[in-house]
Design a protein around this ligand. Structure first.
Ligand code: CMP
Ligand code: MG
Length: 391
């Protein structure tokens, strides 16, 4: 092995750094041995011997302080260099609670060897405050799911040529006792951290399917066409193959035929879950259809459009919003719709807010859409009543 930015060799006797030095990297030992030491009144004191598989020099990077000890090579060392920026990036990405834990552990270690080591820094108030906020909201989410504070709202999906609703997208809303009605931006990250994605999605689809099942019976009795409901499913459902049988049960209870349920899955979920293809095939075999959500915002490749069984593309609202102002965005939108048409996958445009956007989409050949122009998400019973009056 030769020296490179990521790999270094140090000969026996070499001192990598002394306690109190500024730090720029940590090291993972691949071969050889390193002594960690401090200098005291009685001379050099060995704190530890580190060998293959162990990391050293990480503490000063994590808590942005001088080296807590020195490091000297005892037996020729080969190691991997971990740059400061890399460690800081990873720490930044960690949840506030994880950041707090890591910083606290280092603080404790420095304090335990204090006397010679006076650089220990206190907790960062921002990180602690954020960690506390996360812990509280996760607790609240758990309670909310149990206590019926989370409900399915329904937003109409319409035919763009005449604006007639043909179905709904079901969306979770949280009636928070203090903060009012919260949408997905506030709800979903907390739900994901608490490991409750499956519980939330199933609650929403169960409630929505029950309401739409009942609405369809009324529509059919009145001699009118039934509507569909589209529900969102996060990555947690696609680690195994339980979703299809679970949904079959829910649909049976709700007396909603499988043909009336669309499964919304994002590009990112589809790409990052090896079981997703098989799971989608099962759902489709039972009669449900598949919508690719947030199309155009996630994965950049397109091969999955032919690889997976996809029935609808949901064009992200950001493309619709930009299309009237920027030529290039309009061209991208047109190209996405052309791609859908070529593959015989119908497109549903999201985020339509005004008539100008709607007519642009119609002109580009887009058949279906949703957005505030046609209706905001409403509590399921209100949305069903409004739809019954409109078609
Ligand atoms: P850092 O403070 O960056 O530089 C000195 C390194 O020695 C430190 O990170 C740890 O990787 C390591 N180190 C410090 N104290 C101990 C200890 N008590 N036992 C083992 N390793 C230590
Ligand atoms: Mg969606």
């Amino acid at each position: 092995m030769t020296d490179s930015l990521a790999h270094r060799r140090f000969a026996a006797g070499h001192v990598l750094f002394e306690a109190g030095d500024a730090a720029d990297a940590a090291y993972i030992v691949e071969k050889g041995w390193v002594e960690i030491f401090v200098r005291g009144a009685g001379g050099v004191q060995r704190l530890s011997l580190l060998g293959p598989g162990e990391i050293f020099g990480e503490m000063a990077l994590v808590d942005d302080s001088p080296r807590s000890a020195g490091a000297r090579v005892l037996e020729d060392v080969e190691c991997v260099v971990v740059e400061r920026a890399q460690i800081l990036r990873e720490i930044d990405r960690a949840t506030p609670l994880m950041q707090l834990l890591v910083r606290t552990l280092i603080f404790r270690l420095r304090a335990a060897t204090a006397g010679t080591h006076v650089w220990a820094s206190a907790a960062i108030p921002d990180v602690t405050a954020q960690a506390v906020a996360h812990i509280k909201i996760e607790h609240d989410v758990r309670q909310a799911l149990k206590g019926g504070e989370i409900a399915a709202y329904l937003q109409p999906i319409v035919r763009l040529d005449d604006g007639v609703p043909i179905g709904f997208e079901a969306l979770a809303r949280w009636h928070h006792p203090r903060l009012g009605v919260l949408g997905p931006e506030a709800l979903l990250p907390a739900v994901a951290r608490a490991g409750l994605v499956e519980a939330l999605d199933l609650l929403v689809v169960r409630e929505a399917a029950t309401m739409v099942g009942a609405l369809n019976r009324r529509l059919t009795l009145a001699g009118r066409r039934p509507v569909f409901v589209a529900a969102n499913f996060g990555a947690a459902h696609f680690n195994d193959l339980r979703l299809a049988p679970l949904l079959a049960e829910i649909l049976e209870e709700a007396q909603l035929p499988a043909e009336r349920l669309k499964i919304e899955i994002t590009e990112t979920t589809l790409i990052s879950n090896p079981k997703a293809g098989e799971a989608l095939a099962q759902l489709r075999a039972r009669g449900m259809s598949i919508s690719l959500d947030d199309f155009g915002t996630g994965y950049s490749g397109l091969s999955y459009l032919s690889k997976f069984p996809i029935d609808y593309l949901k064009i992200d609202g950001s493309f619709v919003a930009a299309a009237r102002e920027e030529r290039k965005s309009a061209d991208i939108l047109r190209a996405m719709l052309a791609l859908g048409a070529q593959l015989e996958i119908d497109a549903i445009a999201e985020g339509i807010e005004d008539e100008a956007q709607a007519s642009l989409l119609r002109e580009m050949g887009c058949l279906y859409g949703q957005g505030y122009l046609y209706g905001r998400p409403l509590p399921a019973n209100e949305a069903c009543a409004a739809l019954f009056d409109r078609i």
